[in-house]
Design a protein around this ligand. Structure first.
Ligand code: HEC
Ligand code: HEC
Ligand code: HEC
Ligand code: HEC
Ligand code: HEC
Length: 267
C-alpha cells in the first residue's frame, strides 16, 4: 500500500517535470518578437510561414536566416550566425543548404545562368515564407508567362505529367496499404527517393534532358508498382480466404440450428 503511494508520487513529479520540458523547448525568440512586429517585417512573414510545409517540418526562421533562437539580445548578431536577408542571386545557395540536388540542377539551367539578367530564383516560383508542397500545378500560364511565352513550359508540363500521375497513384496505394497494417516503410523510402530525383529534373527546364531522363524514372516506378501489386494481390487472397471462413462458419451454424430444430420437433 505504502509502496504504491510512493510510486504514485514519483509518477506525479515525473509528469510535472515532463510537462514543463516541451514548454521550455518550443520558445523561439525570433517568432515571439517578429510575431508582434507590424507588416512585412513581422506579422506577414510569421503568418505566412505558419501555413508552410517548412513549419510542419519544424524548419524555422533561424534555419534559413541564421541567428540564435534562444537569446533575445544576441539573436540577430553575426556572432550567432545571423545572415539577414539574401539578395536575389544569393537565394539559391540559401535554400540549397538543404535542397542540394535541386540547387545543382538549377545552376545548370538557363534560369540559373541568367539569374542576374531577369532569371527567376527559388522564391520567384515557391515564395519565401508561404512555401507549399511542390506539384506540377506550379507550372501554369500565370506564373510562367510573367517573363516569357508559355509555349515551352506547356511542353515540359505535358512531358512530365504521366510520370507525375503515376507518382500520385503509387503514393495513394502505399497509403491504403499502410492503413490495413502493412509495413510500407521500405516502399515509402523507395518512392521518396525516386520522387526527389525526378522533381529536381524539372529545374533544368531543358526539354531534351527531361525527355531523355523521364523513361528511366518510369522504369523505377514500374518496379515499385510491381511490389505494390504483389502486396495487394496477397491481401486480396487473404480477404477471399477470410470471407470463405466466415461463410463456412455461418453454414455450420445453420446446420446446427436445423439439427436442433429437428430434435426439438421430435420431442
Ligand atoms: C527582440 C526582438 C527581435 C528578435 C528576438 C529577433 N528579431 Fe529580427 N528583427 C527585429 C527588428 C526590430 C528588425 C528590424 C530592424 C533591424 O533590422 O534591426 C528585425 C529584422 C530582421 C530581419 C530583416 C533584416 C534585414 O536586413 O532587413 C530578419 C531576416 C530577421 N530580423 C530575422 C530574425 C531571426 C531569424 C531571429 C531569431 C534568430 C530574429 N530576427 C530575432 C526584431 C527581432
Ligand atoms: C525557407 C527559408 C525561410 C524561412 C524559414 C524564413 N524566411 Fe524570412 N526570408 C527568406 C527569404 C528567401 C527572404 C528574401 C525575400 C525575397 O527575396 O522575397 C526572406 C525575407 C525575410 C524578411 C525581410 C522582409 C521580406 O519579406 O522581404 C524578414 C523580416 C523575414 N524574412 C523574417 C522571417 C521570420 C520572422 C521568419 C520565421 C517566422 C522567417 N523569415 C522564416 C527565407 C526564409
Ligand atoms: C534548413 C533546411 C531547409 C532550408 C534552408 C530550406 N528548406 Fe525547403 N524543406 C526543408 C524540409 C525539411 C522540407 C520538408 C521535407 C521535404 O519535403 O523535403 C522542405 C520542403 C520544401 C518544399 C516542398 C517539397 C515537397 O515535398 O513538395 C519546397 C518547395 C521547399 N522546401 C522550398 C524551399 C525554398 C524555396 C527554400 C529557400 C527559400 C527552402 N526550401 C529552404 C528544409 C529546408
Ligand atoms: C522572373 C522571370 C521568369 C519566370 C517567372 C520564369 N522564367 Fe523561364 N526563363 C526566364 C529567362 C530570363 C529565360 C532565358 C531567356 C528566355 O528564354 O526568354 C527563361 C527560359 C526558360 C526556358 C527556355 C529554356 C531553353 O532551353 O530554351 C524554359 C523552358 C523556361 N524558362 C521555363 C519556365 C517555366 C516552366 C516557368 C514557370 C514555372 C518559368 N520559366 C518562369 C525567366 C523566367
Ligand atoms: C521556374 C520555377 C521554379 C524555380 C525557379 C524553382 N522551382 Fe522548385 N519546383 C518548381 C516546380 C514546377 C516543381 C515541381 C516539379 C514536378 O512536379 O516535377 C518544383 C519542385 C521543387 C521541390 C520538390 C522536390 C521534391 O522532392 O518533391 C523542391 C524542394 C524545390 N522545388 C525547391 C527549389 C529550390 C531550392 C529552388 C532554387 C534553387 C527552386 N526550387 C527553383 C518550380 C521552380
Amino acid at each position: 500500500m505504502k509502496k504504491i503511494f510512493i510510486r504514485a508520487n514519483l509518477l506525479f513529479f515525473l509528469l510535472i517535470f515532463v510537462g514543463t520540458l516541451p514548454a521550455a523547448a518550443v520558445t523561439d525568440v525570433c517568432i515571439d518578437c517578429h510575431g508582434g512586429l507590424a507588416g512585412q517585417l513581422g506579422e506577414i512573414p510569421t503568418a505566412e510561414w505558419q501555413t508552410s510545409i517548412h513549419a510542419r517540418h519544424r524548419i524555422s526562421c533561424h534555419h534559413c536566416h541564421g541567428g540564435d533562437p534562444t537569446d533575445y539580445v544576441k539573436a540577430m548578431t553575426a556572432e550567432r550566425g545571423f545572415v539577414g536577408v539574401p539578395e536575389h542571386s544569393e537565394v539559391p545557395a540559401f535554400c540549397g543548404q538543404c535542397h542540394v540536388g535541386v540547387e545543382e540542377d538549377y545552376w545548370e539551367s538557363l534560369h540559373g545562368q541568367v539569374i542576374d539578367f531577369g532569371g527567376p530564383n527559388c522564391v520567384t516560383c515557391h515564395e519565401s515564407h508561404a512555401v507549399q508542397v511542390a506539384t506540377i500545378d506550379l507550372i501554369n500560364e500565370i506564373s510562367c508567362s510573367r517573363c516569357h511565352s508559355y509555349e515551352k513550359p506547356a511542353l515540359i508540363k505535358e512531358e512530365i505529367s504521366a510520370t507525375e500521375a503515376m507518382l500520385s497513384r503509387l503514393e495513394a496505394s502505399i497509403a491504403s496499404l499502410y492503413r490495413v497494417g502493412i509495413d510500407t516503410g521500405h516502399l515509402e523510402d523507395e518512392l521518396f527517393a525516386t520522387r526527389n530525383s525526378f522533381r529536381r529534373l524539372f529545374h533544368s527546364v531543358d526539354i531534351d534532358k527531361i525527355r531523355a531522363e523521364t523513361a528511366g524514372f518510369d522504369a523505377d516506378l514500374e518496379q515499385t508498382k510491381a511490389t505494390i501489386d504483389e502486396l495487394e494481390n496477397t491481401l486480396g487472397k487473404r480477404k477471399i480466404a477470410g470471407g470463405a471462413l466466415v461463410l463456412l462458419l455461418l453454414l455450420g451454424g445453420c446446420i446446427a440450428l436445423l439439427i436442433r430444430r429437428t430434435y426439438e420437433g421430435h420431442e
